[in-house]
Design a protein around this ligand. Sequence first.
Ligand code: ADP
Length: 491
Amino acid sequence: MRILLASSEVYPYSKTGGLADMVGSLAKALSHIGHEVALVTPLYSGVIDRFPDIKRVQWDMRLAVGSRTVEGEVWERQTDDGVRLLFVGQGGYFLRPALYSANGADYEDNAERFIFFSKAVVHLARYLPGGIDVLHVHDWQSALAPLFLRHQETEGWRNPPVTCLTIHNLAYQGVFPAGGFALTNLPAQYMSPSVGEFYGAFSFLKAGLAVSDVLTTVSPRYAREITTEEFGCALDGLLRHRQDVLTGILNGVDYDEWNTERNPRLAAPYSVDDLAGKAKNKAALQKRMGLSIEKAVPLFASITRLVEQKGVDLALGAVQEMLDQGMQFVLLGSGQPRLERAFETLARRHPERAATRIGYDAGLSHLIEAGADFFLMPSRFEPCGLNQMYSLRYGTIPIVRATGGLDDSVTDICESTEGVNGIKFRQPSTQVVAHSIRKALALYREPDLMSHYRHNGMTADFSWDRSAREYVSVFEGAIHRRRGLKQKSVA
Ligand code: ADP
């Protein structure tokens, strides 16, 4: 199958969040299981400096953006993983200090920038030599590509690829003032309430959700949740309408990166068969964070953006309540200043038992996952979540709210004794999180049961190959459906 992915960020070229990791890993995994994969992304500042083997292709685009014609370049890099990277160069739009915003405010022309990007994606999809079978776009930044494709189909593009749109987080929708629609150069019918119009504004994500052949999101549970009013961010009606083509596929973990046996960021290697090294990582973590070095005291951790979605206020309240019950707590994160200050205060008040690091530190995040006994993730909603899956592989027992991908990847003893690997709760309240910590303290006193949880977690398979195969089956379904519809219309 020839698959073209499009995303506004791709690791290792650009990244603001999990989207970049997911797209980079999925492309690699699709190629690994035998598909022909290309990936389109903007050419941002500094990318060529870091990857000097990116070469300009003899292919210049001239695309209409409202009343202007905007020129774009195509740059290319072939990776060792078999993925062909295509970079859309447009200096005015993409050579900026950051991807989407500066000084805390979104760039004013984000609608224009990503209309151009989506047009460029469709241009490449249409004219790439050999053609493609599937165009797979991600989040609002490329969500208009299926709409442009649909329109070009009505204007004579025969046999275009099927389109798949993946929702990584429904809370981010790309909603702009209605006037921005003129920059698409599309007929007004696409600005109707059944396509791009959203409460008087123009929603990129809504347009993509309305017209893509198939939709996916990053866990089965989140796929169900977003069809409800509680989690649907005002798009639940449309998502219910399109439920028959909406599939949840859990993201995978890059186990080359996240492993405990060959990892220079850990203090000592360990494995499911020999956990001795885990205790050394715990001591190293306690030392590095300035906590008292005590083998017998259970160590809890969180690594997170400090925002409401992640339920960090609940974690803070619960930890404050439980800290004198014989536990330690480590937090690594950054985000809302109010929350940063609160965790710093906690650490100042309890220097032997609580430690806070404000900032982003990938190396430390590995040591925390390896050194902690329990990982706290009380998210209010969580489309997929990665840290709970890293925790499972690192033998660190996750304590999570039963939502989205957390619910799909963690098994509580109330659900099954066989696959049990963590502790889950439902109510997003401080008392309930504190109660879960209490359960963890009791579990810690039962070494055999702890080992059972750890063994199940460390042997669980959340590899990307498994997820990539599920994507392929969704793409195949869309292709079959398209063929079926064509045959019907011929008959
Ligand atoms: P989200 O994408 O919503 O922030 P995920 O759990 O899906 O949440 O992914 C977050 C990723 O970012 C994980 O790999 C996590 O380890 C990492 N991360 C978040 N905050 C930090 C931090 N302060 N330092 C290091 N890594 C972090």
